[in-house]
Each structure stands twice: as C-alpha cells, then as structure tokens.
Design a protein around this ligand. Structure first.
Ligand code: PLP
Length: 395
C-alpha cells in the first residue's frame, strides 16, 4: 500500500509522531495495529460506502463553474463538499471513525470541537448508530457558536463547556484527551482533522480520500483526463485538503495549492492563523508540527474571521508538503476571503463557508493558462456564516 510520505514511525519527514501520555500508549498502539486492517476489510468498506452514498449523499458533484471560469480565463471545477449531509466534508471522517470504534468494541465517544462543525458531525453519526457521545467545547466557543451547541444537544450529545485557558479549541482538545486518559478501555476519541498523534493524521486522510477518488473519476468522465493541473483547498488542520490531494500526492504534475487563514494579514501575527507562514516547530495535540507561538514559546491563540480555520497548528502532512515545496501555501486575509465568497455567490449562486472562501481567494493570486484545469474544493456551505456575512456586507 502507498505510504503517502509517512514512515513506519508515523513521521512525515521531521513532522508527526505520537506525543501522548504513558496511559494512552496502549490505545494508540491498538489503533495503529488495527485501523488499516479494519479499513481494508471488504465488509467494512461495503458498509461505509453504503452509508457514504445513501446517508452522506455521495458522490458530491464536480461542477464546472462556467461563469467563474470565464472571469479567470481558465477551466474551474468545484468539488461540492458543501452538499454533504450536515453541510461540510467533516461527516466523511466522523462516520468512518465511528464505524471503526464500533468494530473495536468501544461503547462511548468523545470529541473536541471549535466552531462546532466537527461536534455536530460526531453527534450526528452517534445518533445514527446509537452511541453515547460527549463533546468538549471551549466556553468562549459555546457562546460564539450557540446554534451548533443546540444542534448537538438535540442530537443527544452531552456538550461540556471547557473554562480553562481561553475557552477555545486547544482547551477543549486538552479536556477530550484527559477524558480519554481516564476512560481508555470503553472510550474512543474521534479527532476532527488530520492532526493528533499517529495514526490519526493518516487515518483521517484516508477517510477523506473519497474526495480525490471521486475527483479522479468525475474529471475523467467530464474532461477525458484523470488529473487536473491544479488542486486548491483551504487548510485549518488540513483534512479537506488532504482528502482532495490524496490520490495525487505523488503525481508531481499536479500542483497542490493550499490556503491558510491570515486573519488581518501576515503583519499582524497576533491576529492571524497563518501557521505555516508564521509558526515554529513545536508539539501540539500529540504531534510534532508547525505551531503558532508567542515570544515565550507558549501556544498562541489563532485568529481568523472563519471559526473553522482559527487553529494554532496544522496537520504534520501539510507541514511536510510545505517544507518540501510539494505544496504552495497562500496566506489569505479575512477581507480577501470575504470578497471571494461574494464573487462565488454572485457568479454561480453558491454561498460557500468562509473557510472554503479562503481557497477560492487563491484564484486572485495566480495566473492560469486558458487550457488549465483547476479543481477547487468547496469544503462547506455558508449557512452557518450568514450572521458574519450579513454584518460584513450590511445585508
Ligand atoms: C472544519 C472545516 C474546515 C477546516 O478543517 P480542515 O481539517 O482543514 O478541512 C474547512 N471548511 C469547513 C467548511 C469546515 O467545517
């Protein structure tokens, strides 16, 4: 099986690994020993594919955006993850991990959430499969994202507000880890992106790789070729980007562009989430990667107008792809993203999530040939961001 730059110790170059407390070593090695076996089991695959099709709504369309293409003088295709059930790509992973947890005999799920999208995805599949579900969420985020808290509660999950630190994602993550440490036998921890200790980054990338599998087939059908010239995706932790790139990682002819959230801009490091541009090597969430830090080496609070991208770290695969030059990283400011969201809305009638709008904003920073094929992943829909859009555009 292809290793996607991952070595046998769980590192992508110098990034990755599993920096977890002693008490979790056993859980991590149990997971590491089982995830590929289970994921490759034909029965597991068939059941996952059945639910991806009938429940999540896959395959999502690969849509030729003709008016956007005309505007930028090239061929632009949109991979419509915004049309997945619950409105984003997150469910691909939450569903896969929950099925895996069941296979491993686990009876209780914990997860962390920032903006609440991963919490909603996890609560959704827990309802579907009748599993006990506990979601840790920073107290500040609980206030900011109250609609998602209500969705999770209606779905039957227990939402625990975390008041330590700043009450945001990294504090919620610490609490979820602590819970897992206390309940290592019956509990499974569903991580929401290609972050965390090995084997999570690889496992989540594999569950999201359905995105690039579909792109390959759909592009072949629509254009006669399997590979585009460019793939573009936004990166918070990096799961929609990893899923988009997965099949093309070793095809050097396909250029991989990622958009990270620069907030106010690279000149304002305290109001930015551009981890690859501004971060330093550190350990976050159980893996060695690029991390936003303050002068004392403490994890810094990341800032972006988009709640799904204001994470102070980045998946180790993306740290590696950027360092080796395999990917090109664009720092997109709040205002560039908001403008790109409006352009897509008015040219194609699609309101994207603000996260996804960061990927669309890359179009303004590049020159493409008229013959190029550019595929952009629209990771989610903009309904959840309507308050922010309304305030920003005075709607
Ligand atoms: C969570 C989220 C993201 C960021 O997560 P990745 O792991 O980087 O994909 C991007 N877009 C949407 C719509 C999200 O909900």
């Amino acid at each position: 099986m292809k290793n996607n730059f991952l070595d046998e110790n769980g590192y992508y170059g110098r990034f990755g690994g599993a920096y977890v407390p002693e008490i979790l070593q056993k859980n991590i090695s149990e997971l590491k020993g089982q995830y590929l076996k289970i994921m490759n089991d034909p029965k597991f695959k068939a059941e996952l594919n059945r639910l991806l099709h009938h429940y999540v709504g896959r395959p999502t369309p690969l849509y030729y955006a003709s008016r956007l293409s005309e505007l930028y003088g090239t061929h632009i295709y949109l991979k419509r993850e915004d049309l997945c059930h619950t409105g984003a790509h997150k469910l691909n992973n939450a569903l896969g991990q929950l099925m895996l947890a069941k296979r491993m005999g686990k009876t209780r799920i914990v997860a962390e959430t920032g903006a609440g999208q991963h919490g909603v995805g996890t609560a959704t599949v827990c309802a579907l499969m009748n599993m006990e579900c506990v979601i840790y969420m920073g107290a500040t985020d609980v206030k900011r994202q109250y609609l998602n808290v209500q969705r999770m509660r209606m779905l039957g999950a227990k939402v625990i507000p975390v008041t330590t630190g700043n009450g945001t994602l990294k504090d919620a993550t610490n609490e979820a880890m602590r819970d897992w440490c206390c309940n290592p036998i019956d509990t499974y921890y569903i991580i929401g992106s290609v972050v965390g200790p090995d084997p999570y980054p690889d496992m989540v990338a594999r569950f999201q790789s359905v995105i690039s599998e579909e792109i390959t087939k759909q592009l072949k059908k629509q254009t006669g070729r399997e590979a585009p010239d460019y793939l573009i995706a936004c990166v918070g932790g990096g799961s929609n980007a990893a899923g988009t790139f997965f099949k093309y990682l070793e095809n050097e002819k396909v250029k991989l562009y990622v958009a990270e959230a620069a907030g106010f801009g690279l000149d304002y490091p305290l109001q930015s989430a551009a981890t690859i541009h501004l971060g330093r090597e550190g350990v976050l969430h159980g893996s060695k990667t690029m991390v936003m830090m303050d002068g004392d080496g403490q994890i810094a609070e990341a800032f972006s107008i988009s709640a799904g991208l204001d994470y102070p770290g980045i998946g180790p695969l993306h740290a590696y792809l950027a360092e080796t030059g395999r990917s090109k990283v664009f720092a997109i400011t709040d205002s560039e993203a908001m403008s790109a969201a409006l352009t897509l809305t008015q040219k194609e009638g699609i309101i994207p999530a603000i996260e996804s709008a960061h990927a669309l904003a890359v179009l303004d920073k590049c020159r493409f040939k008229s013959s190029d094929v550019v595929v952009i992943t629209v990771s989610g829909r903009g309904d959840k961001d309507m308050n922010t859009f309304a305030e920003y555009f005075h709607l």
